[in-house]
Design a protein around this ligand. Structure first.
Ligand SMILES: Nc1ncnc2c1ncn2[C@@H]1O[C@H](COP(=O)(O)OP(=O)(O)OP(=O)(O)O)[C@@H](O)[C@H]1O
Length: 373
């Protein structure tokens, strides 16, 4: 798929901007702070309902405005769709597909798909487990948009179960009403049921991603691997089927119930799991050099790109400010690997940062004006 037109209103620094886009490579070039990343961040928002830079929506709305609108015309083969998201911080966001407002924001997922490389990706390797869980879950949703529903069900069940545990913890401390354990049993079952589905999808994704990530790392840093992706569940058990994973989660929840009631929080489930990234025999986090960590993060993104393409879900590839971070060899390799993508959006401070093999359309971005050269 590719985006044929991007339109922003009150998004980040833009009061209003219209950007027609072609398939192939488009580079947005301009000095720092002019609004290049803001453009590709908006495309990413349509794909994930989140920003790769901030965890809340408020900074996405232009200072002084109430809401932002991101709109894109999208072409998938012969099919054209118009998607629109209205970002209302503190209130519910709204969506429209082909001008119909009878849709929820999450119904938009799957229309625009992106794989986005950005300097923030280093956190995939060096950051907290939450970064890696988000990486997995966004990719799961790009592979199968119905997983957006499973993720939001899981978040809802977790929140309700935590509320129950918190009030139990408070009551315990202050000698109030004790918890009705049968209520907690019901929430355990909900959490384990939805959690098993999420876990199964994550494990399936990791199995598919592993050989692709290893291959990508070898292309970026020959002889530097091998690389291994190892899922570390908070509820161990090695289950293979959904039913086994459900039992595994139920057993863990039963085993830690006392602790959970003491602490007032859910201590096992996919929200507490991690993905351990190994380079050779060592975990990358804490051991890999800066350059190795960068190559690892790039390899994960390239593997995501290859996987979505192989499954017939060609995404828009976004390379936000990445070339300036790479040495010449890795810069050329990366450019060669992605040059044939259906649509590649690049941001760079100067023309020289865009490798020659990525020749294509160029836009100059300056003080919020986006002008084709
Ligand atoms: N909510 C907002 N309201 C108004 N302006 C904003 C908002 N969010 C960000 N900006 C402005 O947008 C600009 C940053 O834009 P952007 O991140 O796209 O820059 P860039 O061109 O990619 O720069 P760099 O090359 O440094 O990455 C900053 O000047 C910032 O002040």
């Amino acid at each position: 798929m590719h985006v044929t037109h991007l339109s922003l209103a009150d998004f980040r620094s833009y009061t209003g901007v219209e950007v027609p886009l072609d398939p192939g490579v488009t580079a947005f070039v301009g000095p720092n702070g002019q609004g290049k990343t803001n453009l590709v961040e908006a495309v990413g928002y349509l794909a994930t309902l989140g920003s790769h830079r901030v965890s809340s929506d408020a900074p996405l709305v232009r200072m002084g405005a109430e809401r932002a609108i991101v709109r894109a015309n999208v072409r998938q083969g012969e099919r054209q769709q118009l998607v629109e998201l209205e970002i209302n911080p503190g209130r519910a966001n709204r969506a429209r597909i082909n001008r119909s407002s009878q849709v929820r924001p999450r119904d938009v997922l799957g229309i625009v798909r992106t794989v986005l490389f950005a300097p923030e990706d280093l956190a995939l390797v060096k950051g907290d487990p939450g970064e890696r869980r988000r990486f997995l879950d966004e990719l799961i949703t790009a592979r199968s948009p119905r997983m957006a529903g499973v993720r939001s069900d899981y978040d809802r069940v977790l929140k309700q179960r935590n509320t129950l545990l918190k009030s139990a913890a408070l009551a315990r401390r202050h000698g109030g009403r004790t918890l009705d354990l049968s209520t907690l049993d019901v929430w355990d079952q909900h959490l384990a049921r939805v959690g098993a589905e999420l876990l199964a999808q994550r494990l399936d994704l990791i199995a598919a991603l592993q050989p692709l990530a290893d291959k990508a790392y070898e292309q970026l840093a020959p002889g530097g691997g091998p690389l291994a992706l190892e899922y570390k569940p908070s509820a161990p058990g090695g289950g293979h089927t959904r039913e086994e994973m459900y039992e595994q989660l139920m057993t863990a929840l039963t085993g830690i119930r006392k602790q959970e009631i003491e602490r007032g929080v859910t201590l096992a489930g996919p929200h507490r799991d991690d993905l351990v990234l190994r380079l050779g025999r060592l975990p990358a986090k804490g051991y890999a050099s800066h350059g190795e960590s960068w190559s690892y993060a790039l390899a994960l993104r390239l593997a995501s790109y290859d996987l979505l393409r192989a499954e017939g879900n060609e995404p828009v590839l976004v390379l936000d400010d990445v070339f300036a971070e790479l040495d010449t060899r890795r810069r050329e390799r990366l450019a060669e690997l992605v040059a044939a993508g259906e649509q590649v959006l690049v941001t760079a401070a100067v023309d020289d940062d865009v490798p020659d093999v990525l020749a294509g359309a160029r836009y100059a971005v300056s003080e919020g004006v986006v002008e084709r050269r």
